[in-house]
Unconditional design. Structure first.
Length: 204
């Protein structure tokens, strides 16, 4: 059987990647979300969690032994070396599990959600790249409403990621997420039709 067309979905934090991926999933598309894989990798009993405790100590853990994601977020976005240590623990495992799931997937095409796709080795495994785009002011408002503890922290998170221009530079397709849900849904439906058609083209 031919392998499904692979679409990388990326975008800045709070740009709406989860909303877009949910819309694709509702159309029956297989969605592989690397953020969800990362959460699975730090469940109690997982080897990555032990490595994180060794590298960062108990300050980033809750009393019940689970990872305190808020504490970890504050730590790594204030310290580039700490962020690189965390990435060295998680990223190879995320890539391995993502590739395993891609190989097992069926359907015409699949969606791989990778927030920081610009510099990810996974970029080389994808057929097309879809960027969810919105202006930085919208990102900032959404981030503050969702999970940033201060505007300073939110701006630090935004500054740590590829810029809007860098994301758009790698895009084959763009979804604009500055409007309403109806507009978003219409864009997803149109791309779904496009990707389904591309998946049925003869191999070159």
């Amino acid at each position: 059987m031919p392998k499904p067309l692979s679409i990388g979905l990326t975008g800045g934090i709070a740009s709406g990647k989860s909303t877009v991926s949910n819309l694709f999933e509702a159309l029956g598309v297989v969605v592989i979300d690397t953020d969800l894989i990362a959460r699975e990798l730090v469940r109690p009993g997982e080897p990555a969690l032990d490595e994180i405790r060794t590298a960062f100590g108990s300050a980033v853990f809750s009393a019940d032994g689970t990872l305190d994601r808020s504490a970890m977020r504050r730590h790594v976005f204030a310290d580039q070396a700490a962020r690189q240590r965390l990435e060295a623990i998680l990223h190879p495992r995320i890539q391995q599990e993502t590739l395993r799931r891609m190989a097992a997937a069926g359907g015409d095409y699949l969606l791989v959600v990778v927030p920081l796709l610009n510099d990810s080795p996974l970029r080389q495994q994808l057929d097309r790249i879809l960027v969810v785009d919105c202006d930085e002011d919208t990102q900032l408002k959404r981030l503050l409403a969702r999970d940033a503890e201060s505007e300073e922290q939110a701006r630090r998170i935004l500054a740590s990621q590829p810029s809007r221009e860098q994301r758009l530079a790698i895009a084959d397709d763009i979804i604009h997420n500055d409007l309403d849900v109806e507009s978003l849904s219409a864009q997803v439906t149109a791309l779904h039709d496009t990707y389904t058609a591309l998946a049925h083209l003869p191999a070159s």
